[in-house]
Design a binder for this molecule. Structure first.
Ligand code: AMP
Length: 448
């Protein structure tokens, strides 16, 4: 595909020409028609894939010259660095257009920004907090905003911007196009999308389901979190072959929890990165891991995304990613530049279906390793693993204003209504466990 196929206009062709870009990147080719049509879109693409132009090409193509002062396009990004970068990219692409672009972010004088807004603009690039402050100050009028772009939704949510975003949705004109980009699919992203958007069209550059041949993969079935910790300590004790190990966990709480557990044994060899750590802390951790001062790095998917580190001997998936694409991204951190790399994934019983999805995407099985005999199988469960006990009548918590009869009745009623979906729930609960390999292996091989 060439840029001609996108039917752009002369100013854009000239700008692309100056930049020396000859053909659209895959995400640009995929996203163009969707954004151009005015539909809501969720693009799954990482930085470096050309995602900024993926939304800017169709947006600029459709942005008519105007002298109106209030912005028509709002682009929200998580960090001030990204504000600067996106503004810079837009200015390059809009070089031959009379488009007024403004970038705003916190930590700088808001009055200067108010002045700049008052001068009139077409495209506003902003971090959520500063945008909201400007909107509340009424200097910034929102009624003309037609398109909202949210870049790096995963990072936004990881940084805790969920409520800020919801507040912003509230004050923006309802009739608008929503264009979102996320590098990783996470539960948080899924929930936000489902709660606030009507099934946006998903566009992603197909993650290659073909893992590199130089990465050897294996997996363990492990009973629970604490047993995973025991197994991890066991494999990490071989510091000669496990000499540069990147350990992935799904979210920051888990990263901290695992870090604490490993710190007892691997204090001097260990570092961690996730979004609750300061930028300086993260940079230091990454540097220590890169230069070999620390042998082990614990990271979340979202934060490890930009990592470009060579010579990683092992990627360990402490949990099994529920989005198979994340697994491909994770294991791709090793085996770079055709070096040999190893990827290991730990899965509990409840993660077996994720393994099936991953194997489905790759169209190959991941060899199952025997659980080592000398590793202790823990029976101690963490909070999330304990069965949730539904609280029935609790006299201490009783609401005195309602009276006892109400409680008796509602409890009785709740037990009666067992038709319909109840059957399915029970069936699902007691369905035959999906096992690959031997589910009782761990139990049988428990340390005697
Ligand atoms: P992004 O993923 O938006 O951060 O873009 C990554 C880099 O790729 C930026 O430096 C862009 O200027 C560049 N880029 C964007 N589109 C193209 C293209 N079609 N051909 C070559 N480079 C591009």
């Amino acid at each position: 595909m060439t840029f001609e196929d996108l039917n752009l206009n002369t100013p854009l062709y000239n700008a692309l020409n100056d930049l020396g870009f000859t053909s659209p990147t895959p995400i640009q080719a995929e996203a163009f028609n969707v954004v151009n049509s005015g539909a809501d879109m969720l693009g799954i693409a990482q930085t470096g894939t050309g995602k900024t132009f993926a939304y800017m090409l169709p947006v600029l193509k459709n942005l008519k010259f105007s002298t109106q002062e209030t912005p028509r396009i709002l682009i929200l990004v998580p960090t001030r660095e990204l504000v600067v970068q996106v503004v810079d990219e837009i200015e390059k692409l809009a070089k031959y257009m009379n488009t007024r672009v403004l970038g705003v972010y916190g930590g700088t004088n808001i009055n200067t920004q108010k002045q700049a807004i008052a001068n009139g603009l077409d495209i506003l690039v902003a971090t959520p907090g500063r945008f909201y402050d400007l909107a509340l100050s009424r200097v910034l009028q929102l009624k003309s905003i037609q398109k909202l772009v949210i870049d790096e939704v995963d990072v936004m949510l990881d940084l805790g911007f969920r409520h800020q975003l919801i507040n912003i949705f509230d004050i923006l004109p309802e009739k608008r196009q929503n264009i979102m980009f996320s590098a990783t699919m996470t539960q948080d992203v899924d929930v936000l999308i489902n709660d606030f958007f009507k099934s946006p069209e998903r566009v992603s550059i197909a993650v290659s389901g073909t893992p590199l041949e130089n990465i050897s993969q294996s997996r363990y079935n492990v009973a629970n979190f604490n047993t995973k910790v025991n197994l991890l300590k066991h494999v990490l004790s071989d510091s000669e072959s496990f000499n540069k190990v990147l350990i992935f966990v799904a979210h920051k709480k888990m990263a901290d929890r695992l870090f604490e557990k490993l710190d007892e044994t691997f204090h001097d060899e260990l570092c961690v990165i996730h979004s609750n750590k300061t930028q300086n802390y993260r940079l230091r951790s990454i540097e220590q891991f890169r230069n070999g001062d620390n042998r082990i790095l614990v990271a979340t998917d979202v934060m490890a995304r930009g990592l470009d580190i060579d010579y990683i001997s092992h990627v360990i998936n402490f949990d099994t990613p529920d989005y198979p694409e994340n697994y491909m991204h994770r294991i791709g951190r090793t085996g770079r530049a055709e070096r040999k790399g190893e990827a290991i994934v730990f899965s509990t019983e409840s993660e077996q279906e994720f393994i099936e999805n991953i194997e489905g995407l790759m169209k190959m099985g991941i060899p199952l390793l025997n659980f080592p005999e000398n590793v202790e199988v823990s029976t101690e469960l963490i909070e999330e693993e304990r069965p949730k006990i539904k609280e029935h009548y609790n006299p201490i918590k009783r609401d005195e204003t309602i009276g006892a009869a109400f409680h008796e009745k509602s409890e009785k009623n709740s037990q009666e209504n067992k038709g319909g979906s109840y059957k399915f729930k029970i069936a699902a609960k007691y369905k035959k466990p999906k096992t690959r390999g031997d589910k009782n292996y761990n139990k049988r091989n428990k340390k005697k």
